[in-house]
Design a protein around this ligand. Structure first.
Ligand code: 1HN
Length: 370
């Protein structure tokens, strides 16, 4: 069979009686439908596209546009009443489906001083990336961590978690969850806790001391299965590492100074379903264009940049680059297989997450750097 035959409904040389009419074929299809059958040759093109069929669109949420809506939500509904007071960063290609990319959910969560978001657990994995304000906490399996801007915090799947704010400022963080993935597998479970806030059973910083000092316990155990045992990666440490690398160790032409968050027990991703990384672009740095099949959600931590996103030649928005001027606390989405080029107006730090671990496990991850 020739290479292209897989994409053509009627292979040359396979002619049948020329008197067969389209009507006869349609009649066959109609008769087989009640039997739970459908002809592959009518759908083969769509099932096996030659290039990725991407619904996810480039998108940009400016902090100055989002913040007033968060404030209004803070006046109109409590965290307790909402369970989680979150504005979903819904992709224009997935309206009504609570997705930021085809596989990832992202939202901005607000918790006001004195509030509690009650304890529950679910099979979806979650990450928190602190965007604005200081002093809220999140608790996972009896340990609390106080949130500071830029901290990366993990809620491993099926762990009890609640949030609260005993500080004096409203706190906003980015939630990232693998909700569409779990929905795809039709395997989501959730439970509410009997207590509103879980009892604190470990001192703050215990997981970081045990697993996050480039050392491991003599008798290591993995409290959260495939997920990292560190549940808060403080921004101060990550930023210091990137600043050192940018100043002294050269830059990756496509990413600047970039590090991924790691599970110290395995060397693998911190969350088994979600890749997470932090990158620093020095003032004036212009990355080469790169693209990956892993659609990515970005949170701007510091500085500002121009983001150029070029969607592939087919599909909606084909070929025309989208250009966003992004600043601190903005969020944006780069769809699968779209070109990404970043130009830092001033020193810029970006957090991002994607579905790369799942694509890697399936052997389908593609990355291209010019
Ligand atoms: C959730 O549990 C949180 O714990 C945030 O903060 C967002 C979105 C959908 C389902 C569960 C949280 C969520 C969520």
């Amino acid at each position: 069979m020739k290479r292209d035959d897989v994409h053509s409904a009627a292979a040359p040389g396979a002619a049948i009686d020329a008197s067969v009419t389209p009507r006869e074929r349609q009649d066959l299809y109609d008769r087989m439908r009640p039997a739970g059958l459908t002809p592959l040759w009518e759908v083969l093109h769509a099932l096996v596209p030659q290039q990725p069929a991407v619904r996810t669109r480039p998108a940009h949420w400016r902090w100055s546009d989002v913040e007033p809506f968060l404030q209004d939500a803070g006046r109109l509904i409590t965290a307790e009443e909402a369970i989680r007071r979150v504005l979903i960063l819904e992709n224009p290609g997935w309206r009504g489906e609570s997705r930021s990319t085809g596989t990832l959910y992202a939202g901005l969560q607000l918790i006001l001083p004195g509030e509690v978001a009650p304890s529950h657990r679910h099979t979806q994995s979650a990450l928190r990336f602190v965007v604005d304000g200081d002093g809220a906490y999140t608790a996972v399996n009896g340990e609390r961590t106080i949130m500071h801007p830029g901290d990366f915090i993990i809620t491993p799947h099926w762990t009890w978690h609640d949030h609260g704010n005993e500080g004096s400022q409203p706190v906003v963080w980015l939630d990232g969850l693998d909700i569409p993935v779990v929905a795809f597998f039709e395997s989501g479970f959730a439970e509410n806790d009997s207590a509103r806030s879980q009892a604190v059973t470990a001192a703050e910083g215990t997981s970081l001391a045990r697993f996050g000092a480039s050392m491991l316990p003599l008798k290591p155990h993995s409290p959260f299965g495939a997920t990292s045992p560190i549940f808060c990666y403080p921004y101060a440490r990550s930023r210091e590492a990137l600043a050192h690398l940018a100043a002294h160790a050269g830059l990756d032409p496509a990413h600047g100074a970039a590090l991924r968050y790691v599970n110290p027990l395995t060397g693998g991703w911190a969350i088994p379903t979600i890749a997470t990384q932090l990158q620093l672009l020095p003032e004036g740095f212009e990355t080469r264009t790169s693209r990956t099949t892993a659609g990515t959600v970005f949170s701007v931590v510091e500085g500002s940049a121009t983001v150029t996103i070029t969607c592939p030649a087919q599909g909606p928005g084909a070929g025309t680059p989208m250009r966003y001027r992004v600043g601190a606390k903005d969020h944006f989405v780069v769809p699968p297989w779209a070109g990404l080029q970043l130009s830092a107006a001033d020193e810029c730090v970006l957090f991002s997450f994607s579905d790369a671990p799942l694509q890697q496990a399936a052997g389908i991850l593609r990355v291209q750097e010019d």
